[in-house]
Design a protein around this ligand. Structure first.
Ligand code: PRX
Length: 647
């Protein structure tokens, strides 16, 4: 694939889209020339209880870092996502639920969603949850997960959704970090025909969380679960006890909406904090323009609500726009590899948004499972979470989209709240593998390792030069870490942690993380987290983890493990360690390859030279760089031999 392969905008798409190419440039220039005027206008897209008079108050200076948008306005996110649509859309479908079992699906109208969220909000209130309290949501992909988020938003509680694939320990750490005392979960989840013991995991986690006094449990499967009298409450029983009238709390634009934990290059996961007004403006605006959402569309994002994509583009963006959003409980290959496309046909999905890892996995199954389905309803495809290789892009375009549907390759992060770099379907000629151009108001800045600004076509580190309303505001409970992580490497800019290339047309090509974060199947994982899980095992003396290219996952997890003296490597121990990491963090952190390392390459000051470990993991020994500064250069040869003999 060369950069000359450009897919022109389809004139028919442009004609019906919110913006065409000229419109994009005009709006983009306005947004950069006068952000106050631009966001002052677009900030009005949501309902404000008290309109804002101040648009933007931002300083990126490390000693005075603050980010405020629409700061004197008041609003409520749940009101915007539900109440506001009742007059015109009470009976329209808000959520289509498609269960893991293909026989299990239902439509939930705006009226029904509103009523259930009000009840759930009243349950929270009755149980003592107040504005500003943190509520942990550990749920399967069912509509009640969205209701739980909206119920928190309705009463001003801050939700922290923890992905249902995380282990009891990971759940406990997140509960403790934000001092949450209320958990919403389900008896069990179901994915790909298998049960996930969410309540049992919660019980185990809560052994370490004395602060939690109530657990609300949704009955999803009816499976056997433990029960703590006085602490555990059934969702259906409590909802039946309360009224469906719950006035929305008037929230300041800068009041917190949610915390979402994400991995960083060091230490434990960070609680990314998003606030109310700016977040909703940005999530809803990007959802409308990037997916070119129009009334009548059926929109499906396959992410899990445990990740930011689920927050912004399953729940908040679509519902704020009065859209029909599909919530899918299952996996792409159950009951078979046609499932995604069967669901598309069943519900007449017109906009489909997924991750490259899913596309690559389905691509491996060949065209048959796709071709068996019609997919005529589709008009737009999206990609998110990791770079999409041109081969997968072309397959997605040709086989899934029948060469009819534009693909929006959307680059963004948990921290950014919404999409920052992306094509717009009616406006942007596409280049497979490129996230193309910045969204309105986004000012990408490319810098070299020393922070020098790079102009024109270049390769370097990607920063953003000014704020946008959806930006995170702080790391919950650790503002200093916020400043350090994002604003200290390159002063007066937000540093994304990603490397990128900008071509002569001004298109961005994200090359991946430049820090010690790896991206496994579109899931972010800190190498330090996996290392600390490994060294917590009694037989492990030391561990170093790096990413390596993986055909399906994008990156795989490669662990170098040094055993304590006297322990012998064995296949059984290798399996035990993989299992150990799964139970410490969750299945998404399972090492793909473990290499026994009698020694690790360290500098004389004891720092592990990861650059070398990455090269060895990639099977690239030609370019190991200078190894003379190592305390013991011989360990490198030893590791290479191990790599070549046996994984
Ligand atoms: O490296 C980038 C990659 O995913 C990282 C953000 O991960 P997370 O916070 O979990 O959010 C994922 C969903 C928004 C980024 O720093 N990434 C995300 N989207 C893309 C991407 N890399 C390349 N192309 C993308 N479209």
């Amino acid at each position: 694939m060369t950069e000359t392969s450009v897919f022109a905008v389809n004139p028919e798409v442009a004609e019906n889209a919110w913006v065409d190419e000229a419109g994009y440039f005009r709006l983009y220039e306005q947004s950069i020339a006068d952000p106050e005027a631009f966001w002052g206008e677009h900030g009005k897209r949501i309902h404000w209880m008290k309109p804002f008079t101040k648009v933007k108050d931002v300083s990126y200076a490390p000693d005075d870092l603050h980010i405020r948008w629409f700061q004197d306005g008041t609003t409520n996110v749940a009101y915007n996502c539900l109440d506001r649509h009742l007059a015109t859309k009470r009976d329209d479908t808000a959520i289509i639920f498609e269960g893991d079992d293909p026989k299990d699906s239902k439509h939930i109208s705006y009226g029904e969603a509103y009523e259930e969220v009000c009840r759930l909000a009243n349950v929270l209130k009755a149980q003592g949850v107040r504005k500003g309290d943190r509520v942990t949501i550990y749920m399967p992909m069912v509509p009640e997960a969205a209701f739980a988020m909206l119920a928190c938003a309705r009463i001003g509680a801050i939700h922290s959704v923890v992905f249902g694939g995380f282990s009891p320990d990971s759940l406990a750490n997140r509960i403790v970090d934000c001092d949450s005392n209320f958990v919403i979960t389900a008896d069990e989840g179901v994915r790909g025909g298998r049960k996930i013991p969410l309540k049992a995991n919660t019980d185990k986690a809560l052994e370490k969380c004395p602060g939690v006094d109530k657990v609300l449990v949704l009955r999803r499967t009816g499976g056997q679960i433990g029960w703590v009298e006085g602490r555990d409450l059934w969702y259906h029983e409590e909802l039946a006890k309360v009224s469906d009238d719950c006035p929305p709390e008037e929230m300041n634009a800068e009041d917190p909406l949610f915390i979402l934990y994400t991995s960083g290059s060091t230490g434990k996961p960070k609680g990314v904090l998003h606030t109310t007004g700016g977040y909703l403006v940005y999530a809803s605006m990007t959802h409308q323009y990037v997916f070119d959402y129009h009334d009548g569309d059926v929109y499906w994002c396959t992410a899990d609500v445990g990740w930011v994509t689920g927050h912004s583009y399953i729940v908040y963006g679509p519902l704020a726009n009065g859209a029909t959003t599909l919530v899918f409980e299952g996996v792409p290959n159950y009951p078979d590899a046609s499932r995604f496309w069967q669901v598309v046909d069943k519900h007449k999905v017109s906009i489909f948004y997924t991750a490259p890892t899913a596309i690559r996995a389905l691509m491996r199954e060949g065209e048959g499972p796709v071709r068996r389905t019609s997919r005529k309803s589709l008009r737009l495809l999206g990609s998110v979470g990791e770079p999409i290789n041109p081969e997968a892009w072309l397959w997605y375009h040709k086989v899934v989209g029948d060469e009819r549907c534009p693909i929006v390759d959307t680059w963004w992060q948990t921290e950014t709240g919404g999409i920052l770099i992306t094509p717009l379907p009616g406006a942007t000629p596409l280049k497979p593998g490129s996230a193309t151009r910045p969204f309105f108001g986004i000012k990408p800045v490319m810098v070299d390792a020393d922070g020098k600004h790079l102009e024109g076509a270049c390769e370097g580190n990607l920063c953003i030069g000014d704020s946008w309303p959806g930006q995170m505001r702080t790391v919950y409970g650790d503002h200093e870490r916020f400043v350090q992580t994002y604003f200290s490497t390159y002063p007066n800019k937000y540093f994304t942690g990603d490397g990128a290339r900008r071509d002569a047309d001004g298109y961005y090509w994200i090359t991946g993380r430049v820090d010690d974060v790896i991206n496994v199947s579109g899931h972010r994982m800190g190498t330090a987290e996996v290392e600390s899980a490994l060294v917590a095992h009694a037989k492990v003396a030391e561990a170093a983890v790096v990413g390596y290219p993986h055909d399906i996952k994008g990156q795989g997890i490669y662990a170098y493990v040094t055993l304590v003296a006297g322990e012998e490597p064995s296949d059984a121990l290798r399996k035990e360690l993989v299992q150990w990491v799964r139970s410490e963090i969750g299945p998404i952190a399972s090492p793909d390859l473990i290499q026994w390392a009698p020694g690790l390459p360290k500098t004389r000051s004891g720092k592990i030279m990861r650059r070398i470990l990455r090269k060895i993991a990639e099977n690239d020994y030609s370019n190991l760089g200078d190894t003379s500064t190592l305390a013991d250069p011989a360990v490198v040869d030893d590791l290479i031999q191990h790599r070549q003999n046996k994984r």
